[in-house]
Write a protein that binds this ligand. Sequence first.
Ligand code: HXC
Length: 259
Amino acid sequence: MPPEYVIIHQQVAPHVAHISLNRPKELNALNLQLMGELRDALKALDADDNVRVIVVSGNEKAFAAGADIKEMANKTAIDMFITDQFSTWDAIKKIRKPIIAAVSGFALGGGCELSMLCDMIVASETARFGQPEIKIGVMPGAGGTQRLTRAVGKALAMEMVLTGRFITAQEAMKAGLINKVVPVELYLQEAIKLASEIALLSPLAVKMAKEAVLKSFDTTLEEGLHFERKNFYLLFAAEDQKEGMQAFMDKRAPVFKGR
Ligand code: HXC
């Protein structure tokens, strides 16, 4: 059965796939079905050799306005424990190819957390990022206290998490949460452009570099440097390393094959 709440667009540019969240009436509120479909789509694209970079977007009005409050409202702690919704998020964290979030409109609660689970964020000028869970009697549960704090620092993260204040795309840019702000009519195009630039590079080097950058969030400097060095050495086993360095010396563009 095709997914109901995500649309998969293959090859929107060479080696670039695009997944759009598709629950527009609910501002792409992330119910369990949508998150499951998103995980399945990402895993399929991660396993597809024709795809090197993945763009995830919502629509102009909303990237995602958070977890589905109506679905959660009557749950007990034991329901939440049994459902184990965060195993889906853990699976998305394991995707090895770069994921670029193309964000326009609301990126709130779980929506902001989903954008931060991606590797880079391209935003439209209309984007609003926030962790408003505090206003409905809870707190962030999918990385909002951790990834946001690492990205923007304690002062702004504390303010956003404790007051629920939304920040604009410009403020997010200044704080280091996102990579780029562009006019709304260009945000998806810009995200695909950034993805295309990465898709020209060695997919092996890209995956190993992503892995090493993410490692820096989980480890000491010493262990991180050690991990980085191992990946660096490992890349010398690839044809792409020979091709990349030979092309430099030949003064021509390299052609990377991912081997
Ligand atoms: C369920 C939602 C929703 C949500 C919007 N809708 N956000 N449904 N869960 N998170 C629904 C509304 O009920 C409404 O449907 C429709 O989408 C349009 O929303 P409106 O409120 O009418 O739009 P607007 O007035 O433009 O306000 C937009 C908004 C507001 C500011 C984004 O919708 C809002 O505050 N939403 C909730 C944001 C939030 O608190 N997110 C955090 C959720 S907790 P109906 O049919 O009623 O008209 C969370 C925890 C994460 O994310 C844990 C890890 C996953």
